[in-house]
Design a protein around this ligand. Structure first.
Ligand code: DAH
Length: 360
């Protein structure tokens, strides 16, 4: 028995001298092999228990020594592994400038809207906001659309469903144009003028960007929602010449200094006189091409002098004040700038399309 034990101790002592591991997992495997409950060194103690008193006295020290040898070897190896992990971690240069995070690009419609706002803000326009879910009054009624006026048919309206407990079909709808913000801003201004004439602003000069909705079949050329920017300037003695000058300034800023404009008579219920504005086609320089259908001009917006009925319906004295208004489609302007052939691309959020525009 004692001979067998002696051999085992000898074999294990050699093994203890040659312990080797490359990873923390391998160190742990060695610990298990020798020091766990069923490990080789622990089993040695089982043998030891069976020895006589004298034999115990003879071998006790060797067995304990062996155990300590394994314990200290393994502890040392474990510490080495831990410091190795740390060395690897600190091999990175912590002073290095970090890699830049890939930023997205701005949506072309946001870019164009911001550009429109910037251009008009330089001549005193500020941004005004209004709700997308509106009532008939602000979208049509106060803008001089008579109840049975055929002009209401120009825009296919989405009506919001009748609500429980509300009598008659609802007159709540999704706004078909941002001209609705005009009526809200004019009404607020009229209140300020009435309440405190001395401190109320003496004119109103606003830009209303926003989303509008129309019941249209979705195609490359039409969508059920799109974006507009409405402009409104009301003051004493505002003339059509002021309107033309503001729009010429805008066209040159937006499309380049050589851009020409032309105003064609048109009709909108809320302006009188009304006009549509074309800019010279920048593809052919006005000579005529497929893009401008051979005319040399492309239409970009509607405009006119605010109809006195609109001013009056909002509480503004049309004998004292006059104003101009204009409204443009953001997609239309973006199309002219970027030549996007299919309108649906603007709302599909396809990264391959979006990443082509100026990054943030
Ligand atoms: N609201 C019109 C539309 O959606 C655009 C428009 C035309 C706005 C003429 C105006 C304007 O302010 O004067 O078609």
């Amino acid at each position: 028995m004692s001979e067998l034990l002696k051999d085992k101790i000898e074999r294990l002592r050699v093994e203890a001298q040659n312990l080797h591991a490359n990873t923390a997992e391998e160190v742990e495997a060695l610990r298990q092999k020798y020091l766990s409950k069923k490990g080789d060194v622990s089993l040695l103690f089982d043998d030891f228990k069976a020895l006589t008193k004298e034999q115990k006295a003879q071998w006790g020290a060797s067995v304990n020594q062996l155990k300590q040898q394994f314990e200290s070897q393994i502890k040392q190896m474990r510490e080495q592994m831990e410091s190795k992990v740390q060395t690897v971690a600190y091999k990175e240069d912590l002073t290095r400038t970090p890699d830049s995070i890939g930023l997205g690009a701005r949506h072309p419609l946001s870019l164009v809207r911001e550009q429109i706002i910037t251009i008009f803000s330089r001549i005193g326009f500020t941004v005004a906001d209004g709700p997308e879910v509106e009532d008939d009054k602000h979208v049509f009624g106060m803008l001089n659309f008579a109840p049975e006026h055929p002009a209401r048919d120009m825009q296919d309206t989405f009506f919001v469903e009748k609500q429980e407990g509300v009598q008659k079909p609802t007159d709540i709808l999704l706004r078909t144009h941002t001209s609705s913000v005009q009526t809200r801003a004019l009404t607020d201004w009229a209140k300020a003028l009435n309440n405190d004439p001395a401190n109320a602003p003496q004119s109103l000069r606003i830009l209303c960007p926003g989303r509008v909705f129309r019941n249209e079949a979705i195609s490359a050329r039409a969508h059920c929602f799109f974006h507009q920017v409405e402009g409104l300037y009301v003051d004493k003695n505002v003339s059509f010449a002021d309107l033309r000058q503001a729009l010429l300034y805008f066209a040159k800023e937006m499309f380049g200094p050589d851009t020409q404009i032309r105003l064609r008579p048109s009709y909108f219920p809320f302006t009188e006189p009304s006009a549509e504005m074309d800019i010279s086609c920048d593809l052919c320089g006005g000579k005529g091409c497929a893009f401008c259908k051979g005319t040399g001009w492309v239409e970009i917006l509607g405009c006119g002098m605010v109809d006195p009925n609109v001013l009056e319906s909002c509480g503004i004295d049309s004998k004292v004040y006059s104003g101009y208004a204009f409204g443009m489609g953001v997609e239309r302007i973006a199309n002219l700038k970027y030549r996007v052939k299919d309108l649906r691309l603007f709302s599909e959020n396809d990264v391959r399309f979006l990443e082509q525009f100026e990054s943030c």
